[in-house]
Write a protein that binds this ligand. Structure first.
Ligand code: SDX
Length: 419
């Protein structure tokens, strides 16, 4: 494609244009400052591409999401978590042998180092499970200090993180409710192991309901990757300074925790509960969100990229309806959610701003139907997103275009002054 032209200060400059696999167009401005002395200004990086990536493709206008070229509709509900995680991380679906080894390695890596497990004895009962998850993952590098540059060591770190994240999550729940933790089993799938460690007790065998295992696989796969979202960009930013995989992923967990990002699923449930307590008058909250200058936002609506229905929300809405019917759970919050969605989708304010329900709008209701407590919702988002973070960290390290992330700024402070 012909270069892009820029006229600045009466001079004309040309910049190469690069085209992606799905015909997205990017202006390569790597030489902009050297050539013109100017920088770009793009708070929130709304228009800025930070890298090239083979992992995920999103078309926000058409509501398309694909992992390694496969449409999300063909993965969620068809693969189990460990298979989709392998695809996202290693770039292809595993063959029989690869899958057997991968599942065995994940199971054998599900156990925490016993000294690391003792950390749980020292968290206060009030510790938020996202805080525990971030600090436990960061602490893992103290227990596994192998070379971070040796590909074999990296593969072991990957299996430890994907294997142990579910154990850390389940243990943070058990420590919160003051109940004993149980160990994972090698005859359970990744999701079944998590549910058994969450709801099982040493007193008797816990049979994981198939409907819950399948629903969890589907929901986690929907969350597995989403290109350069806030937390994934954070993992890349931290990894770009050659921080190890544990430190980079722990930073991603902290970024995800924010209520505008992964923390939104917890915020959705808190909002629905607030509306329920307020007599279920969801129209009042829709009006609150529309007030000029109002800081109140309808949690679970809107998206930086999707200006159409989030394809994950569509799949999740059907899953939630099925889950509630199968579990015989007529959650009053679901009725409020359905009413809220109906009003928003017809309201000019939201239509004009292309604000649709996003993945977080339904995921919290699904988790609640499964008996997962609200403050564990973002932890489950992190469990789902873990393979995506790892895949991007790996991709960044082998991308010859990549350098340490160090954006510029426009200085607007005082001119030179003296004491
Ligand atoms: C996730 O990036 C990803 O891919 C994220 C994610 C992933 O998988 O990683 O998809 C997961 O984080 C989903 C989003 C979850 N967050 C929420 O549900 C929180 C509520 N949503 C918003 O805060 C907001 O929509 C964002 C943060 C999601 C997007 O923010 P943007 O793109 O910066 O949009 P904006 O703040 O510039 O809003 C544009 C307009 C504004 O109105 P005006 O100033 O033009 O009058 O839309 C309004 C906003 O006030 N608006 C909302 C709204 N979201 C945007 N108004 C009411 N309720 C909302 N939810």
């Amino acid at each position: 494609m012909r270069p892009a032209k820029l006229i600045l200060g009466g001079k004309e400059y040309e910049f190469p244009v690069i085209v992606g696999t799905e015909d997205e167009v990017a202006i390569d401005i790597r030489k902009l400052r050297d050539m013109t002395g100017a920088i770009t200004y793009d708070p929130g990086y709304v228009n800025t591409g930070s890298c090239k990536s083979d992992i995920t493709f999103i078309d926000g206008e058409k509501g398309i999401l694909r992992y390694r070229g496969y449409p999300i509709e063909e993965l969620a509900g068809k693969l189990i978590y460990s298979a989709a995680a392998y695809l996202v991380i290693y770039g292809h679906l595993p063959d029989k042998e690869e899958f057997k080894d991968w599942r065995r390695d994940l199971t054998m890596n599900s156990f925490l180092h016993e000294h690391l497990r003792k950390f749980f004895d020292h968290y206060p009962i009030t510790a938020h499970p996202m805080n525990i998850l971030a600090s436990m993952i960061a602490s893992m590098s103290s227990f596994y200090p192998e070379e971070i540059d040796d590909p074999n060591d990296i593969d072991r770190h990957i299996k430890r993180i994907v294997g142990q994240v579910k154990t850390i999550a389940a243990y943070s729940y058990k420590q919160f409710i003051g109940k004993p933790c149980i160990y994972p089993r090698s005859d359970h799938s990744w999701s079944a192991n998590f549910l058994r460690m969450m709801f099982g007790t040493p007193a008797e065998e816990y049979q994981v309901p198939k409907i819950m295992e399948e629903a969890l696989d589907l929901i986690l796969i929907l969350h597995m990757d989403h290109e350069q979202n806030c937390s994934t960009s954070t993992v890349r930013m931290v990894g770009s300074s050659q921080s190890d995989l544990y430190a980079s992923v722990a930073s991603g967990i902290n970024a995800l925790w924010g209520r505008l990002h992964g923390g939104a699923n917890e915020a959705v449930l808190n909002m629905l509960q607030r509306i329920h307590k307020d007599g279920g008058n969801y129209k009042k909250y829709v009006d609150m969100a529309k007030e000029k200058g109002s800081r109140f936002r309808l949690m679970g609506f809107g998206h930086r990229v999707y200006k159409n229905f989030d394809p994950r929300a569509k799949i999740l809405k059907d899953t939630v309806t099925r889950l509630l019917a199968d579990l015989g759970n007529n959650d009053p919050l679901l009725e409020i959610a359905m009413g809220l969605e109906e009003v928003v989708l017809k309201d000019e304010f939201f239509i004009e701003r292309k604000l649709y329900p996003n993945v977080d709008f339904y995921s919290g209701i699904a988790y609640r139907a499964m008996g997962i407590p609200t403050d564990m919702f973002t932890v489950l988002f992190a469990m789902g997103r873990m393979p995506g973070w790892i895949a991007h960290w790996l991709e960044m390290r082998t991308d010859r275009d990549q350098r340490i992330h160090r954006p510029r700024q426009l200085y607007t402070g005082p001119n030179l002054q003296h004491l």
